[in-house]
Design a binder for this molecule. Structure first.
Ligand code: GLN
Length: 229
């Protein structure tokens, strides 16, 4: 098999912290839905890989630059991204939501007027915030990872952040001092594994076949349930 590295392992890039899709657990193990789906698919299809946790924006750039063969990072399949990446079949449905501090009285986009809002570079959440920032008159501060974005809202430097709904819901359940006013769900999208456009097509094919197999044999459901129950 052809890979970007000298070994016969595919280099797969991912985010650093995007729970429950990828994160480091209490026993210091890198885990999550993406991590386990990739592993189950690789086992099913008999390919080897090395998972590199780079950050979301960095992971996309690594694939684009040919430093990684693929990316699995809760990455939304979008028409715009299809110019640069080929996507697998989708493996999870998602949306963008707004989160504010637990004691905040911000309840709508109108309340963001004149305030600062946190986003994560290169994400759909950032795109969505940028698409409404003029209309609602807020400013944007960018972060390269989700935990620092949340923290900025919690300490009150920014009054809200835009994040994927399932990720925000999971973090709030785990105790993040944030809330989602109105349980907003914007910009629906599904997550896919991606490779550089017209490259590593055999890897993409194996991902799709493996995904279909683990959906058929129950492994997919087990993994999702483990992290979302
Ligand atoms: N789903 C979002 C996107 O693709 C965010 C992904 C992430 O932050 N890891 O833009």
């Amino acid at each position: 098999q052809e890979t970007t590295s000298d070994s016969n392992k595919y280099i797969i890039a991912t985010d650093t912290v995007f729970a429950p899709f990828e994160f480091t657990d209490a026993s210091n193990k890198f885990v999550g839905i993406d991590v386990e789906l990739l592993d189950a698919i690789a086992t099913d299809q008999g390919f080897e890989y090395e998972l590199n946790s780079l950050g979301f924006d960095a992971a996309l750039l690594a694939v684009e630059a040919g430093q990684a063969d693929g990316v699995i990072a809760g990455m939304s399949i979008t028409e715009e991204r299809k110019a640069k990446y080929d996507f697998s079949d989708s493996y999870y449905e998602s949306n963008v939501t707004m989160a504010v501090a637990i004691d905040s009285d911000i309840s709508s986009y109108e309340d963001l007027s004149g305030k600062k809002v946190a986003v994560k570079t290169g994400t759909k959440g950032a795109d969505f915030a940028k698409s409404i920032m003029e209309q609602y008159g807020f400013e944007i501060t960018e972060f390269s990872d989700s935990p620092n974005m949340y923290q900025d809202v919690i300490v009150g430097n920014t009054v809200a952040c835009f994040e994927d709904y399932p990720v925000m819901a999971y973090n709030i359940k785990q105790g993040a001092k944030l809330q989602m006013p109105g349980d907003i769900k914007e910009s629906g999208s599904s997550y896919g594994f991606a490779v550089s456009k017209d490259k590593n097509s055999e890897l993409l094919e194996m991902f799709n076949k493996g995904l279909a197999n683990i959906k058929a044999n129950g492994t997919y459901d087990e993994i999702i349930e483990k992290y979302t129950k």
